[in-house]
Design a protein around this ligand. Structure first.
Ligand SMILES: Cc1cc2nc3c(=O)[nH]c(=O)nc-3n(C[C@H](O)[C@H](O)[C@H](O)COP(=O)(O)OP(=O)(O)OC[C@H]3O[C@@H](n4cnc5c(N)ncnc54)[C@H](O)[C@@H]3O)c2cc1C
Length: 395
């Protein structure tokens, strides 16, 4: 894979940079690129406004085909956009799950009517989405989903509980994996429903995290309703659709995330220079190692993404997830070591964390969500190395 910009890529980069230079100004520039993971409430209204600025200029949903309002951008163009976005410290995106997960899933599995109804508001940033997969007894073992949905005339009625639902409190809709065949087991008899959040049958209870914010929530469905047509794929065949969404989650959606690591590492190095810790040979080696590993990560990610064609993640995506989740957790530890004793003091009352503290705390979750490290190792062992499969529990 040749990673140098071709002339057309250079022109694209210039166009992106020009747009960002012209528009990341005023209140958008004042956000300083904040609003990412663990920081999702920061400047939310301004970031929502920014989403509309991006959409109006056609800079959302780059990878979607043009017939659905995207740009049909190549992987290289998406990488360039994300690199420039990180460089410009543009505001943290609010529509990640709709644009990166549900949109591509609908493009592959949605009916024409679903595409027409749901894709445009995602592209415009008018409707935000969350992902209702995990339950108290269905995390790594997702096939154990117990939330059920039954048909009542022209409406699905949903009952059950989801947990760890990121951004549910900011979302208009949720894509929910639920059991529509009451006699089914495991991955059979599941369906993939699109459920509006603003209704009496939905209760959202925020969960306070280490960062003292509530990026995720418990979501209770107690007779929640959605139209009979809001099922993606065939009724009872939701497992395939759910896996397709996960493939997008482990694919391109991770890219934007990684590119912000470059800026984060740059800031850690700047602080180390400022406070003199970069003169410590061990610290210098750790910083250099982080830089080298980040460069390796970038190339490996690009290589694994170039193998993604449609809604199936190649097993190598597990290597990328294991690598970046673990790397970023170590970076959080390095950042606090660079800060030294100051790392243990909060910025301001009541609990205003500094950037490095927030990142250190939130990064603990990155080896869990999107498939934990242990699950990624199982996938790598079985599908990449061809080792014997994990023993299944004996009933
Ligand atoms: C910040 C964050 C955001 C999230 N956002 C969402 C969201 O928006 N929507 C959503 O649906 N879910 C979300 N999740 C949930 C996430 O997908 C689950 O936490 C994850 O799949 C693990 O499931 P669990 O927490 O139930 O842990 P469990 O599956 O109970 O696992 C507990 C421990 O056992 C290990 N383990 C489990 N099975 C195996 C095995 N077969 N082999 C080896 N080890 C194993 C795990 O690695 C883990 O260490 C989020 C999680 C986090 C942390």
């Amino acid at each position: 894979m040749d990673l140098r910009d071709r002339p057309a890529d250079t022109a694209f980069r210039v166009e992106v940079r020009q747009f960002l230079d012209d528009n990341v100004v005023g209140e958008f520039a004042a956000l300083g690129g904040r609003g990412g993971s663990g920081d999702e409430t920061f400047g939310f209204e301004t970031r929502l406004k920014w989403e509309h600025v991006l959409a109006d200029a056609g800079w959302t949903c780059l990878g979607w085909p043009t017939e659905y309002g995207g740009r049909g951008a190549s992987l290289t163009e998406q990488v360039i956009f994300n690199e420039e976005y990180a460089r410009a410290a543009a505001p943290g995106r609010v529509s990640i799950l709709g644009e990166g997960l549900l949109g591509p899933t609908l493009i592959h599995y949605g009916t024409p009517a679903q595409k027409e109804r749901f894709l445009p508001p995602i592209r415009r940033g008018d409707e935000l989405w969350c992902q209702g997969y995990s339950e108290p007894d269905a995390g790594s073992d997702l096939a154990n989903v117990k939330t059920k949905a039954v048909l009542d005339g022209g409406t699905w009625v949903i009952t059950g509980q989801k947990v760890w639902t990121s951004l549910a409190h900011q979302s208009d809709w949720c894509f929910v994996v639920c059991r529509t065949d009451p006699d089914s087991q495991r991955h059979h008899g599941l369906s993939y429903l699109l459920v509006p959040m603003d209704q009496p049958g939905v209760e959202i209870r925020p969960i306070t995290q280490l960062t003292r914010t509530s990026e995720f929530n418990e979501v209770f469905f107690d007779g929640a309703r959605t139209h009979v047509d809001n099922v993606v794929g065939a009724v009872g065949a939701g497992w395939k659709v759910a896996l397709a969404t996960l493939a997008f989650e482990r694919g391109v959606a991770l890219l934007g995330h990684q590119l912000s690591f470059v800026r984060e590492l740059d800031r850690i190095i700047a602080v180390a220079r400022e406070n003199g810790r970069s003169r410590d040979p061990v610290m210098r080696q750790r910083l250099a190692r982080a830089h080298v590993e980040l460069t390796i990560m970038r190339y490996n990610t690009l290589r694994s993404l170039s193998g993604i064609d449609g809604p199936v993640a190649p097993p190598e995506a597990s290597i990328a997830k294991l690598y970046w989740g673990s790397w970023h957790r170590r970076l959080g530890e390095l950042a606090l070591d660079v800060l030294g004793p100051c790392a243990t003091v909060i910025d301001a009352h009541p609990y205003e964390l500094g950037e490095f503290q927030r990142s250190f705390l939130f990064s603990r979750s990155e080896t869990i969500y999107g498939g934990s490290n242990q699950i990624q190792r199982n996938i790598i062992g079985e599908r990449v190395l061809g080792l014997p499969p994990e023993p299944k529990g004996v009933a």
